[in-house]
Design a protein around this ligand. Structure first.
Ligand SMILES: [Zn+2]
Length: 415
C-alpha cells in the first residue's frame, strides 16, 4: 500500500492505480522497444518506479517504495511542458540506462551504489529545462544565464533543483557523497562534453583491456567515468532506438529546435545553426546529429560489445529517413499535380492536373481495341501499358467492351 508524505494531493485511487500498474510492469522485461511516449501519468510513474525498484535504488538508499514514488512525483513536477525536455524524456533515459546496465552488461563494472546514483541522475538531469538551449540562454541574457554564468547553464539549474529535492526527501542521509556525484553526472550531460566523453571512453577501454578477466574491482574514478559515458549514451540514444520510437522523439526535438529558431528570429538574435525551419529539414537535423554521435557509439562497442545494436539501429534508421523522404517527395509531386481520377467504371474518364510539368500516363488496359487510342501511341502489348504525354487534361473514352484496370500518372521526377 503506497503512502505519500509530500504529495498528499494524490488520491487513494490514483495511488492504487500506480501500484496496480507497478505490479503489472514488474513482470515485464525492460527493453529499448518500451515506448514511454505511449504512457499516461499514472503509467509513467509506475514504469519509472518499477525500474528504480528493479535496480535496487530504494534498498541502496534505504528508503521505502512509497518514499521513492514521493520523490519521483516531485521530480516530475519540476519538468516543464517543453516539447522534448519533459519528464517523458527523463523516463526514457532511465529506461535506456537500465537496458545499458542490465542487457548490455555495463553493470558488471559498477556497484549498486553507482547504478543508484546513475538512475537518480538520469531522472533529474533535465529538470527545469525550458525548451531553449544554453546558447539561447546566453545570447538572450536570460535570468538563468545571469544566475549560472556562461557554462552549462541549464545543467547547473537542474543540479540545483536536484540537490534541493534530495535534501527535501533526505535521500543522501546514508551517502554524503551523493550530491557531488549527481552534480558531476548531471553537468556531464551538457553536449559540450561530448568530445571529452568520447575520449574518456577510449581511455577506459585502453585501461580496462589491460586488466585481467578476473579483475573485477575498478577504481572509483573509472566507474564515475563509465557512469558519465552511460548517462550520455542514454541521453543521446533517440536516433538509435527502434524506428517508430526514434521518429516520435525526432518529431519532438525538431519541434523544440524550430521553436527556438522562431524565437531567435522574433528577438532578432543570431540564429543558432540548424534551427531555422525555413532552411533545415527534420531529416537533415536528425541525420546530422546521428552522424555526429556515431563515432561515440562506435567507441562504446569496445567497452560494451553488445552495444553494437545501437550502431546497427543508427544505420537502419538512416535508411528509414531516406525512404520516408522519398515517399514524401513522391506524394508531394503527385499532390502538386492535383490529379483527379474518377472511378474506372465510368465510361468517360477525365484526368486533370494543374502542374506545369508534363507527366507520363500509363493506362493499364485489357482491351485490344485500337479505335480508342490515337494511332501515334505505341502499345506495349506485353504489359498492355499505353504511355501518353499530355499538357493540361485528357478525356479518355471507354467503350462497353473494354475494361480499364488502372491508370497511373508518373511524374517526370518519379521515373
Ligand atoms: Zn537529456
Amino acid at each position: 500500500m503506497l503512502h505519500l508524505k509530500f504529495n498528499k494531493d494524490k488520491s487513494k485511487q490514483e495511488l492504487n492505480a500506480i501500484e496496480k500498474k507497478f505490479k503489472q510492469y514488474s513482470k515485464e522485461k525492460i527493453t529499448p522497444e518500451f515506448n514511454v511516449l505511449s504512457l499516461n501519468r499514472t503509467d509513467i510513474y509506475a514504469h519509472v518506479l518499477r525500474i528504480f525498484v528493479q535496480a535496487n535504488v530504494h534498498s541502496t538508499l534505504k528508503v521505502s517504495v512509497s518514499q521513492l514514488l514521493d520523490f519521483l512525483i516531485d521530480v516530475a513536477e519540476k519538468y516543464t511542458e517543453a516539447p522534448y525536455h519533459t519528464f517523458y524524456h527523463a523516463a526514457d533515459i532511465v529506461t535506456m540506462l537500465y537496458y545499458l546496465c542490465h542487457d548490455l552488461n555495463a553493470n558488471k563494472y559498477l556497484t549498486h551504489l553507482d547504478i543508484t546514483f546513475l538512475m537518480v541522475a538520469a531522472l533529474c538531469h533535465d529538470m527545469g529545462h525550458p525548451g531553449y538551449n544554453n546558447a539561447f540562454q546566453k545570447s538572450n541574457k536570460t535570468d538563468l544565464a545571469v544566475r549560472y554564468g556562461d557554462e552549462s547553464i541549464l545543467e547547473s539549474y537542474s543540479v540545483d533543483l536536484t540537490v534541493e529535492l534530495i535534501k527535501k526527501h533526505k535521500l543522501d542521509k546514508k551517502h554524503k557523497e551523493m550530491n557531488d556525484i549527481l552534480t558531476d553526472l548531471i553537468l556531464s550531460t551538457d553536449m559540450a562534453y561530448h568530445p571529452k566523453l568520447q575520449q574518456e571512453s577510449h581511455q577506459l577501454f585502453n585501461t580496462w583491456s589491460q586488466l585481467t578477466a578476473t579483475t573485477h574491482t575498478f577504481p572509483s574514478e573509472d566507474r564515475l567515468s563509465l557512469s558519465r559515458i552511460l548517462l550520455h549514451t542514454a541521453d543521446i540514444s533517440n536516433t538509435a532506438r527502434p524506428w517508430s520510437i526514434s521518429k516520435q522523439w525526432s518529431d519532438l526535438i525538431v519541434k523544440e529546435i524550430y521553436n527556438q529558431g522562431d524565437e531567435e528570429k522574433k528577438l532578432k538574435l543570431t540564429l543558432s545553426a540548424g534551427m531555422d525551419r525555413d532552411v533545415c529539414s527534420q531529416k537533415s537535423i536528425t541525420l546530422k546529429f546521428a552522424e555526429m554521435i556515431k563515432p561515440f557509439f562506435e567507441s562504446l562497442v569496445s567497452l560494451l560489445p553488445k552495444s553494437h545494436v545501437l550502431v546497427d539501429s543508427l544505420a537502419s534508421n538512416r535508411i528509414q529517413w531516406e525512404c520516408l523522404e522519398l515517399t514524401k517527395k513522391r506524394k508531394m509531386r503527385r499532390a502538386s499535380s492535383d490529379i483527379i481520377i474518377q472511378p474506372i467504371t465510368f465510361k468517360r474518364i477525365r484526368l486533370g492536373f494543374r502542374s506545369q510539368s508534363y507527366p507520363t500516363v500509363l493506362y493499364h488496359h485489357q482491351s485490344t481495341s485500337k479505335k480508342m487510342l490515337p494511332a501515334s501511341f505505341p502499345v506495349q502489348k506485353s504489359h498492355h501499358l499505353l504511355p501518353l504525354e499530355f499538357k493540361s487534361s485528357f478525356i479518355y473514352g471507354t467503350s462497353a467492351n473494354s475494361s480499364l484496370e488502372s491508370i497511373v500518372l508518373y511524374h517526370p521526377y518519379d521515373q
